[in-house]
Design a binder for this molecule. Structure first.
Ligand code: PAF
Length: 285
């Protein structure tokens, strides 16, 4: 596996694959790899001749400097994981190269970035869309792989690729879960043992939604149940429980009798130690 610290090195490596007419899949990450990332790599390997990855903790998608500073950066371990998974090349660029001095270009989905999680984290999806565009321009892959756990992120990227006619396919990969159902995330290691136990509530709420689908229950009833579950079973704070149309992302009200997507987030802990966990599920009656 070629470890590239500059864009030029990475491009030169990918050019050798292209010269041999090999297809290229990319997995973009911020490092702190876990089984969820490795599922993306596995999927990329099955659909392409070559798999390239990126590790870049993107400053423009973090709201608070403290969150950015605290983001784990276990580089040696990450490289070992990519190496043993058979990744061909990884780019670990500097912030200075990714965001050249005096840069002024951003990419933003004007509506999707400003609803749901975008309301809680202003500027987040602009940062994601901008860095992902840069990484696509750098790697010029045939396919790019993203986890379905980050449901709104996946929707933003799909919309951006469609709107800007970017010549690649976006592949969504199902969420990988711990044995108790908690969605794998680089943030999980920041949970205290007590919060880690409580965090299973996200998956329990989504399971509950699934059991109500097609019954006489309504979205309002489901929301009340979820509030009670989070409050009654955990010390966490329900930050969002949005029930939306999977295509338009418009809020859904009334009976639970049509396809919906649920996006929820719960915050555990206080102040600088707070950890925001997200999860999602698409449910078809
Ligand atoms: O999902 C992530 O890890 C990041 O948001 C991404 C897509 C690598 C952009 O920095």
């Amino acid at each position: 596996m070629k470890v590239c610290r500059t864009i030029a090195e990475y491009r030169a490596e990918i050019a050798t694959f292209r010269a041999a007419s090999e297809s290229v899949g990319v997995v973009t990450t911020m490092g702190a790899l876990h089984a969820g990332h490795m599922a993306l790599v596995e999927r990329a390997k099955s659909g392409n001749d070559r798999v390239v990855t990126t590790i870049f903790v993107n400053p423009t998608q973090f709201g608070q400097a403290a969150d950015l500073e605290k983001y784990p950066r276990p580089e040696a371990q990450d490289l070992e994981m990519f190496r043993s998974a058979g990744v061909d090349a990884v780019l670990i660029p500097s912030v200075e190269e990714m965001y050249p001095r005096g840069d002024e270009t951003i990419v933003e989905t004007t509506r999707l970035a400003h609803v749901l999680h975008g309301l809680v984290r202003p500027g987040h999806f602009r940062g994601v869309a901008t860095v992902v565009t840069k990484l696509f321009n750098i790697a010029q892959p045939d396919r790019a792989y993203f986890g379905e756990k980050d449901y709104q992120q996946l929707a933003v990227i799909r919309r951006m690729v469609r709107d800007l006619h970017m010549p690649l396919e976006i592949v969504g990969v199902p969420t990988v879960r711990e044995s108790d159902g908690l969605a794998m995330s680089s943030r999980n290691i920041r949970l205290s043992p007590e919060h880690r136990k409580e965090a299973v509530v996200l998956n329990q709420c989504l399971d509950h939604a699934e059991t109500l689908m097609g019954t006489a229950s309504t979205v309002a009833g489901l929301k009340a149940d979820v509030q009670e579950m989070v409050q009654g079973r955990t010390s966490g704070k329900l930050m969002a429980f949005d029930v939306v149309d999977p295509e338009s992302f418009e809020p859904v009200e009334g009976p639970l009798n049509r396809p919906i997507a649920i996006m929820m987030s719960v915050e555990f802990g206080e102040g600088e130690d707070a950890v925001l966990l997200i999860d999602q599920r698409e449910i078809v009656p």
